[in-house]
Structures are given as C-alpha cells and as structure tokens.
Design a protein around this ligand. Structure first.
Ligand SMILES: C=C1C[C@]23C[C@H]1CC[C@H]2[C@@]12CCC[C@@](C)(C(=O)O1)[C@H]2[C@@H]3C(=O)O
Ligand SMILES: O=C(O)CCC(=O)C(=O)O
Ligand SMILES: [Fe+2]
Length: 363
C-alpha cells in the first residue's frame, strides 16, 4: 500500500493563525522575535566565501556539485535547462495568488491535519513566535484549491504549476545523477533513482514587506526533509544558509539561477557525507519577497538508507532505513531532532548531529 505524503501529518493537527500582513503598520508582539543576534551572523563583517555557483554545462559539473554538497550543502546553478519565461510565469502566478484578499485565500486554507493549501509554515508549531510569511503548499494536482480561489479562471494557474513541476522533475533527475555520480555511485546502483520520484511538493512562499524587519523572522531555521530542494527566489534577497565556522550567509538572488539545497534524505543516503543545510528566510522593509520551492524525494515505497557502496567495517551505516513519508512523520514530531532520531550509532565526538546545537531555538 502506498502512503500519501499528507498522511504523516495527520497525528499533528495545527491551529492556524492568520494575519492580514498588508494591514499591519507595526510588528505585533505575536510576530516579534527576540533580537536575532543570538545566532552567530556574518552580517556586516568581512566578506565570507560566496555560495558556489555552478554552470551545469561545465565539463567539471559533477566534481563541482560533489564539492559543493560536501562543504556547503547548497549551491546555485545556471544553464539548468528550465526556461526563464517559465520561472517568470511561476513567479507571476505566485504573486497573483498572494495578492488575493485574505478571505479569498482562506477558501483554500490548509486543513488542520492536512498538508496542502494556504497557511503558515508547518514548522511554526515549534516556535513561540509567528513568522512573517504565508505559504501555499501543492501536492498532486493544484486543481481543487485553484478552483476555490478563482472559480472561473483557474486553468492558467494549473497549467503553469504542471509545466513547472515537469521541468523541475527533469532538473531534479539531472542533479541526482550528478550528486550520486560524485559519490562514485551510478544510477544503476540505485534502482529507484531513475524512476519517477514520488509525488513532489511545491511550496510557494510569500514574505510581505515588514515594518520592523530586524525583529521579524520570515521562515525560521530548518533543514528540508527531502533528497534535494530546488528554490527559485525573486530578485529580493532573504535566504540565508548556516555554514559551520562562519555563520549565516546570504544566498544572493541571481537572475535566472536556481538554488539547490541538500535535504535530510540525501544526508542519510550519503551516510552524512553530504550534510543537509540549515537555512532560513529574512524579511525586509520595502519589498515583497517571493520564493518557490520544489521539494523532491524518493518514490513513496522506497526505504532510504546509507548507500552500501559508501559503507564498510570502518564506515558503518549511520542511519536506519526510512521512507519519505515515515521521515516526514518523524519531522512533524521531532523537528530539528528528526535526523538524530533515525541515527543508529552516536558519532565519535559523542554529540548528536551538528544541527541539533547550532542555535535553532525550539519553543
Ligand atoms: C514534503 C514536505 C516537506 C515540507 C513538509 C511537506 C510539505 C511542505 C514542506 C515544507 C516547506 C517549508 C519548510 C518546511 C520545513 C515546512 O514547514 O513545510 C518544509 C517541510 C519539510 O521539508 O520538512
Ligand atoms: O524563501 C526561501 O528562500 C526559503 C524557503 C524554504 O526554505 C522552503 O520553502 O523550504
Ligand atoms: Fe527550506
């Protein structure tokens, strides 16, 4: 039997708090996070190394991808094959959706124990304060939700979503090939890798201009529960990644480029060689920021465990096998402890996974 991607969330219903951001002239207490300087940040300090930018047509692309996965867990790609006009159309579709009046958006509200639809980020429940963002999650066909938002004119929106998912799926396959290849593993070694991934999720994020950006949080620090995530951000910066030894680094928007994140399932598959990246989104005073994340995972019936080619007596498998949906359930319950909760043996230094103590505050 196939579990649906939405099933793991059923036991963790979520009460939604909605805010009409555009009506807010100042930051309400409910959305005021403590000064963010508790977390080490490179903001304003000497220039850190930039996040790698990789031309996918480069003959060296596989090596570059491997290096970026090992040392950063994030990189940007150009020459990725996704038509620029599709990226623009997707952005315009997102803009149109979030520009709807709040009562209209609520017609497609995510149900308390569901996963798709309009609402605040799922991880909100783990934090004492609310985030300055709204989201729209699409799993499977966007039709049911789009029809509620635009009763007579939903087909254009649905077409763009379907085209976008198709292009993203092709790119995700290419990236998997490069990532696995850089680990010395072929697509033949991993039978499921060349089959259609399981039903991916598309997450549209909207970060309205904020009257007090220094005290607000767009999307709190997290890792994605995916193999990899492909992110398109509009020309407004806000995405930051955490780099051990350096701190928070902004991933600058580059027109036409896409951001690739290593997710927790690739972390497991690579036996920790390609660590998932901790990231967050900041907001700003004047511009409305939009992003679209394509969350890519394995087919639903596949158990992900460390690749056998990467393990031996000296390098035992560090994680137990999990399916994508089992892992999403673990994440819904344990959030930033999810990865260490599927860990088999403690690392040599006696600490659980690094991300458990990098300052992600859990409420
Ligand atoms: C397939 C996924 C992956 C989800 C849950 C479900 C649908 C929406 C995804 C996100 C998108 C926003 C960040 C995140 C942390 C969240 O709150 O919702 C993601 C989460 C995860 O990567 O764990
Ligand atoms: O908006 C961004 O830049 C980050 C979005 C994100 O991390 C997500 O949707 O998982
Ligand atoms: Fe994310």
């Amino acid at each position: 039997m196939h579990t649906r991607l939405s099933d793991p969330f059923k036991p963790y219903p979520m009460i939604q708090d909605y805010l009409d951001f555009n009506a807010m002239k100042e930051l309400p207490e409910s959305h005021a996070w403590l000064p963010l300087d508790e977390l080490p940040s490179t903001y304003g300090s000497s220039t850190p190394d930039p996040v790698p930018l990789i031309n996918l047509k480069d003959t060296n692309a596989m090596k570059l991808v491997g290096h970026a996965c090992k040392t950063w867990g994030v990189f940007q790609v150009t020459n990725h094959g996704v038509p620029i006009n599709l990226l623009e159309e997707m952005e315009a579709a997102g803009r149109k959706l979030f520009a709807l009046p709040i009562h209209q958006k609520l017609k497609a509200a995510r149900s308390p124990n569901g996963v798709s639809g309009y609402g605040v980020a799922r991880i909100s429940t783990f934090f004492p304060k609310l985030m300055w963002s709204e989201g729209f999650t699409i799993i499977g066909s966007p039709y049911e939700h789009a029809r509620k938002l635009w009763p007579n004119r939903y087909s254009r929106f649905c077409d763009v979503i379907e085209d976008y998912k198709e292009e993203m799926n092709k790119l995700a396959q290419t990236l998997m090939e490069l990532m696995l290849g850089s680990l010395g593993v072929t697509m033949d070694d991993v039978k499921w890798a060349s089959t259609q991934g399981s039903c991916p999720a598309l997450q549209l994020n909207s970060y309205p201009a904020c009257p007090d950006p220094d005290r607000a949080m767009g999307l709190a620090a997290h890792t994605d529960s995916t193999l990899l995530t492909i992110l398109h951000q509009n020309n407004t910066s806000g995405l930051q990644v955490y780099k051990e030894g350096t701190g928070w680094i902004t991933v600058p928007p580059i027109p036409g480029a896409l951001v690739i994140n290593v997710g927790d399932l690739l972390h497991i598959l690579s036996n920790g060689l390609y660590p998932s990246v901790l990231h967050r989104a900041m907001v700003n005073r004047t511009q409305h920021r939009l992003s679209v994340a394509y969350l890519y995972g394995p087919p639903s019936n596949v158990k992900i465990s460390p690749l056998s080619k990467l393990t031996d007596q000296k390098h035992p498998p560090l994680y137990r096998p999990v399916t994508w949906s089992e892992y999403l359930g673990t994440k819904a319950k344990h959030f930033n402890k999810a990865l260490s909760s599927v860990r088999l043996c403690a690392p040599l230094n006696g600490f659980p996974d690094a991300k458990d103590h990098t300052g992600v505050r859990v409420g």
